[in-house]
Write a protein that binds this ligand. Sequence first.
Ligand code: NIG
Ligand code: FE
Length: 422
Amino acid sequence: MKPAASLLVRHARELLTMNGPPPARDAKRAWEEAPLGCIADGAVALHEGVVVAVGRTADVESAIALTADATVIDARDELVAPGLVDAHTHGLFVGDRSNEYGMRVRGATYAEIAAQGGGIASSVRALRGAGDDTLERTLRARVARMRAFGTTTVEAKTGYALDTVNELRCLDVMGRVPGVVPTWLPFHAVPPELRGVADGRARYLRAVRDEMLPAVLAQGVARYVDAYLDGPGFQVDEVRAVIAAAQRAGLGVRLHVGQFEDVGGAEYAAEIGAASVDHLEHVSEAGLRAMAAAGVIAVLLPGAAFSLGQPMPDARRMRALGVDVALATDCNPGTSFTENLPLMASFAVRQMGLSTVEAWWAITRVAARSLGCESRAVIAPGHRASVVRYAMASWASLPYEFGAPQAVAVVADDARALARIG
Ligand code: NIG
Ligand code: FE
């Protein structure tokens, strides 16, 4: 008997299944090959969120039995591909920090702006003053705009609350928005009320360990824990105990490492088996080799480097050393106010040494793997893949046509694919 299908997308000019081997690590071969599972005149059929057939349109049509109320979509002249995965955002924020960008462009540093009461502290004040409704509306609107770029999975971090009540409130909101993977980021900054206070830093670290950690674990919404390991952030030894306890409770670990300074975060991430290490503008070769050996994914954030006027992270060097690379927006009001993940692929191909094939992997499969949902980014029978129609002639257009939203519609997106980890 032929499998039933309630949704058929057919006649895509190109259908990218992403069902193939990973790209080669050397640049020349990574440009020459195209392991993206690309099918001309492609079709995909789904039933109850699960892919039942994929291939050339004629083959798929003869392999399935459409249900009486099935939806059939002609995607002529379009690219059909998995939804994109944004594996690093601070997407739940309110307030306005546009003035900081002007200050930075005129030469003020990120640290100087923070010292004047701007920076993360400014977002903390705004967020604590916003009601639950405002927070949820803001996050839903952001996720909806991201979908216009094809992004169907969005990791979102707390870290603009920095007290127990408000961190829990943020996680609760994130847990209610479909497609969002919540990350608890207590180690973003010392909260403004404890800065300049004698013992303030130590008091905050104790509050995270004794009060916030148990409350976050009891709430059960956070899937990952994160720490900003950097000169202006935290040191490895300050976060170890809390990260270890969170890991024991089943949370995965993502880490901000080396945006401004290498404080040994890459080596630490490898030691504890973190899911991802993000930023990496500054990292030693030993750190990268440790990450490669431990299978820790690098999540690179070209939007932050662009907005800060820093050199782009060296994706080619990381690939050559055996590190798998994902790309993310870092969407945040301070250093990367963008919701546009394909634009990060444009930066990566033009300025970070990735091939177009590697860039596709970096915003789909590798990013999804870092979030424990790789099958969602592969259009193959049995997968609860997210499927998007893009207004593009070819997969090669994604980094080439930069800046504008390219998704026509999200045609399949089953939240059950975001399985819990641990
Ligand atoms: O990833 N570096 C820490 N966190 C953000 C910036 C946060 C902010 O300035 O609001 C980042 O770049
Ligand atoms: Fe970040």
